[in-house]
Design a protein around this ligand. Structure first.
Ligand code: COD
Ligand code: ATP
Length: 197
């Protein structure tokens, strides 16, 4: 059974995945796959350099992710171009990785789960929810990005209320990590039961 896990930027997807992993739940994370498909030497990185020039690379020849983040969240035409290039590669890789697992349920972790209609692949979906002001605070603290950049990312994603309406389950991550852990444990046992049905 595939379970989709989503949430806006800095909602706590990676934190929740660590908790699910401690409960032996396998997962595939779109953000991780998005890094794999642009590793040095990949055709996708070549396409990105062709479009944006060598300055999009670090001195070691890796994608300068912060630079590309600034570009795509300030120019929707570049954002759409990058998504057209990477989303099919990310989806294909995630599906092949998911098929390799043998477990009652597996997590498909994607910030754009609903935007990219990945919920059609999932038996159930889980949304990590936090108020926007906490999202901004945590993202800025973690990434060192400006509030303006984080706000532009938040605005480019579906609204919080849509993500809540579409999900089968909601994890409230507005409090401390212990509170999140309690919810993850309870949901894990419910999903194990549902996987047996
Ligand atoms: C622009 C990039 C290089 C910035 O890399 P960086 O390491 O700074 O951020 P990271 O990849 O960890 O993403 C951080 C968060 O940004 C948000 N985000 C990423 N891509 C997008 C997007 N296309 N649209 C909206 N939000 C996005 C998500 O909340 C994500 O969790 C990177 O986000 C990227 O390649 N994005 C395009 C691919 C994509 O859409 N990934 C999301 C897969 S569902
Ligand atoms: N309950 C919590 N209390 C305090 N800080 C938290 C909590 N959950 C997550 N964080 C912190 O908030 C930041 C964002 O969390 P995390 O990286 O798990 O979010 P994410 O959804 O994976 O982010 P992204 O969308 O960028 O991939 C991290 O610095 C993390 O340590």
């Amino acid at each position: 059974m595939i379970v989709g896990l989503t949430g806006g930027i800095a909602s706590g997807k990676s934190t929740a995945v660590e908790l699910f992993s401690k409960l032996d739940t396998p997962f595939v994370d779109a953000d991780v796959v998005a890094r794999e498909v642009v590793e040095p030497g990949t055709p996708a990185l070549g396409s990105i350099v062709n479009r944006f020039g060598e300055q999009i690379l670090t001195s070691e020849g890796h994608l300068n992710r912060a630079a590309l983040r600034e570009i795509i969240f300030s120019d929707t035409s570049h954002k759409h171009w990058l998504e057209q290039l990477l989303h099919p590669l990310i989806r294909e890789s995630m599906l092949s990785q998911l098929e390799a697992f043998n477990a009652p349920y597996v997590l498909l972790v994607a910030p754009l789960l609903f935007e990219n209609k990945l919920e059609t692949l999932c038996a159930k979906t889980v949304t990590l929810d936090i108020p926007e002001h906490i999202q901004l605070e945590r993202a800025c603290n973690r990434d060192g990005s400006s509030e303006a950049t984080i706000q532009s990312i938040i605005t480019s994603q579906i609204p919080r209320k849509d993500r809540l309406e579409k999900a089968d389950f909601i994890l409230d991550n507005s409090r401390d990590e212990a509170y999140l852990a309690t919810q993850v444990t309870a949901l894990h046992h419910l999903l194990l039961l549902q996987a047996q049905l």
